[in-house]
Design a protein. Structure first.
Ligand SMILES: [Zn+2]
Length: 269
């Protein structure tokens, strides 16, 4: 080996050693990154709202799944049942509210609004909203029990000071919203709605130009009710949409964040 060649080798080895040492001490260990969908879907025209009806006690279970994934949901509460057996307490509602979740109204006793009329109808909607305002919540959103509504019900919901109301069918809701008192929702999440089914709803709508997908949940438990989402399924879905909110333009907002408007004063029935 001649001298020149020896020099080249020494220099090269020095560089290799330097690089190796730098690699050992300074370079961060690459973290495995969860992959986005193979189809590389653009979620930026899709808006999701997670809504929970009735104020069931098991709804409190999703608190950390929401918080851990940067999500906020809307909880529609039946104030006449709050704190009774099987329903969330006022303190639990405040915990959710303090995390940024929304508390909405769902009538005083979960009456079907196409069956009650006049003063009884007004009491169901206005007294419920007053109760929730008195508990300390800025209540602007309403959901019709069982999704039943008619012209008189809509009139009463407006009169009681609500800015919007959700039905239970016909979603995704087109944007901009034509009628905020008939917000259209995705098909009910029921016991056998899988994570894959929910994720594919979101992927299909997103690939098809987007829209506002309002999901309706009731119980959160493993098989306790026909209208229940498995806890693990919900957590998996929360992680999935939370990740896409962080990385792929998906937006997840409460109903009031989307509709906006002032908090109107309560109305005595
Ligand atoms: Zn309900």
């Amino acid at each position: 080996m001649n001298f020149q060649r020896k020099m080249y080798l020494t220099v090269a080895m020095f560089f290799i050693a330097t690089l190796f040492m730098a690699g050992c001490t300074a370079a961060p260990t690459p973290q495995p990154k969860p992959t986005l969908d193979k189809a590389n879907i653009d979620f930026s025209d899709t808006l999701i709202s997670l809504t929970f009806d009735d104020g069931d006690a098991d709804n409190y279970l999703v608190r950390s799944a929401l918080k851990d994934n940067g999500l906020r949901a809307t909880f529609y509460v039946v104030s006449g049942l709050t704190g009774s057996d099987g329903y969330m307490t006022v303190d639990q509602l405040h915990d959710l509210y303090q995390d940024g979740n929304e508390i909405g109204g769902h009538t005083l006793t979960h009456s079907s609004l196409s069956d009650v009329r006049g003063d009884a109808l007004k009491k169901e909607v206005c007294q419920d909203r007053l109760n929730l305002l008195n508990m300390g919540f800025d209540v602007t959103s309403f959901a019709y029990p069982f999704g039943y509504y008619d012209d008189e019900a809509i009139k009463t919901v407006k009169l009681c000071g609500y800015n919007n109301a959700r039905i239970v069918t016909d979603g995704p809701q087109e944007m901009p919203v034509a009628d905020p008192y008939k917000l259209e929702a995705m098909p009910y999440i029921v016991q056998d709605t899988s994570f894959n089914k929910m994720a594919s709803y979101v992927k299909e709508i997103s690939a098809d130009g987007g829209g506002w997908m309002i999901f309706v949940f009731h119980h959160v438990c493993n098989g306790c009710d026909e209208y229940a989402v498995d806890y693990d399924t919900f957590v998996q879905f929360a992680e999935w949409i939370g990740y896409r909110q962080q990385n792929a333009g998906l937006k997840v907002e409460t109903i009031s964040e989307v509709i906006g408007g002032e908090v109107q004063p309560g109305v005595s029935p």
